[in-house]
Design a protein around this ligand. Sequence first.
Ligand code: NAP
Length: 285
Amino acid sequence: MEIISGKDLATELKCQMASQVATFKERFGRIPNLTVILAGDDPGSVSYVTGKAKASEEIGINNVTIRLSEDVTQAELLALIAKLNDDNNVDGILVQLPLPPHIDSDTVISSIEQSKDVDGFHPLNTAALWNRRPCILPCTPKGIIKLLKSKNIPIAGKKAVVIGRSAIVGLPVSKLLLDEHATVTIAHSRTENLAQVASEADILVVAIGKPKFVTPDMVKHGAVVIDVGVNRDPDTGKLCGDVDFEACAPLTSYITKVPGGVGPMTICCLLENTIACFLRKVSQP
Ligand code: NAP
């Protein structure tokens, strides 16, 4: 069994990005700008936004975080995004989710200029992903594929089971695994015989948000297990994944841990997307 460290891989990739970004000022006259909008003060969201700002700073990207009050109106938010869309010095716009309940997230995400949608959640980017067109890939699924590739784990022809079918993780990671020629099963809360389905996976990706949900009976001997979940362990209060790591790890060939697995790769891919958006913009005539 080997732990795939997203933390180590992200550190390596961030070093490479920092060297690349260091050349930008001279080559293009400015550095990439990532603008993050946070509405409200949900502690989880505040911590994610702080992590994104810190990582941006580490690689020399300009990160601007705009904090709005919980009761910001949808019209105010849309007006702000329109202004950022028009701002030539803004390369990436990220609206931290979830938004307050009175705001329609789909409308807000759709209002972001597609070429600045560093999260890859805009419907045009989603459509492009499902039609195998060039697009900005959503960060967590992109990071998961990078984790698998970093260990040269074969994907083509393998049986991949993804538990969870959300628009931000389960569905897009299933599509990316399919594009890598895995045979993909998407499981969810209505799946019958879930343990049986999961235990047939060569690659098991779990994104459900239920602490230690995956137990050894759901894991095939030698499987690769990618744990996307970020939860609080109800017993210890510590961060934990959707997989019972201690119990399942001995069965696996490779496994990620929470924290230090998928999370750092999500941020890393956000930085990568921001640089890509910047380069596309500055290279336009
Ligand atoms: P979500 O939108 O709540 O979706 C959860 C999915 O899990 C749904 O498809 C749901 O099925 C399925 N599910 C729930 N209970 C289940 C059960 N008992 N058996 C089988 N399937 C079940 O969650 P999400 O946004 O995808 O996030 C999932 C987890 O990943 C969360 O812990 C989140 O914090 C974490 N996350 C981590 C990162 C990172 O960077 N590390 C990024 C994003 C999310 P139905 O569709 O049938 O309801």
